[in-house]
Write a protein that binds this ligand. Structure first.
Ligand SMILES: C[S@@+](CC[C@H](N)C(=O)[O-])C[C@H]1O[C@@H](n2cnc3c(N)ncnc32)[C@H](O)[C@@H]1O
Length: 153
């Protein structure tokens, strides 16, 4: 799933990838290992942050990924060029306005399983098999301020 999500997000070595709700850090760790990106993971649960940091050390990418304990609604994700989400529908909807206002136009967003509401349809979707179940990946690009206003985001 991780590699497909990164491919859907058109990951590049110069990307700064944010995983908002990063769990044990697996997405960023694989992105750093396979594509050489740098990344920031925000996670509310301290034990998962510690796990993510330990996993990054074991994987040899501790110099490229940072895991921070905190609430993603308080974090500044302006440096991101690619954002990965695997949250819940109501969290995506709450986050949507922050994403489109904080990120540069053209920044990319990939969300596993949950969209951003009917009034911001994804540019692409793709299905991927994860442990014998189908997951859906949704892809958006942050619109220009004019387009953002037109869409009412
Ligand atoms: C389904 S897991 C996804 C983990 C990881 N992104 C992945 O794909 O493997 C969602 C994670 O988001 C975290 N989370 C939920 N709400 C959060 C919030 N407000 N701020 C930071 N992390 C949050 C949860 O603790 C959980 O670890």
């Amino acid at each position: 799933m991780v590699l497909t999500a990164l491919a859907v997000g058109q990951v590049r070595p110069d990307d700064v990838v944010y995983d908002l709700g990063c769990g044990d850090g697996r997405v960023l760790i694989q992105a750093a290992q396979q594509f050489g990106v740098s990344g920031v993971g925000i996670e509310i649960q301290p034990h998962l942050v510690a796990q993510a940091q330990a996993n990054a050390t074991t994987a040899g990418v501790r110099d490229r990924v940072i895991f921070q304990q905190g609430n993603l609604f308080d974090c500044d994700f302006r440096p991101a060029s690619l954002v990965f989400l695997y949250l819940l529908p109501h969290l995506n909807l709450r986050l949507r306005s922050r994403l489109v206002h904080q990120l540069q136009p053209g920044s990319r967003i990939v969300s596993r399983d949950f969209d951003m509401g009917a009034d911001w349809p994804p540019l692409r979707t793709c299905q991927v098999c994860v442990e014998d179940e189908l997951a859906t990946l949704y892809y958006w690009e942050v619109p220009s301020p004019e387009e953002r206003d037109r869409l009412g985001l």
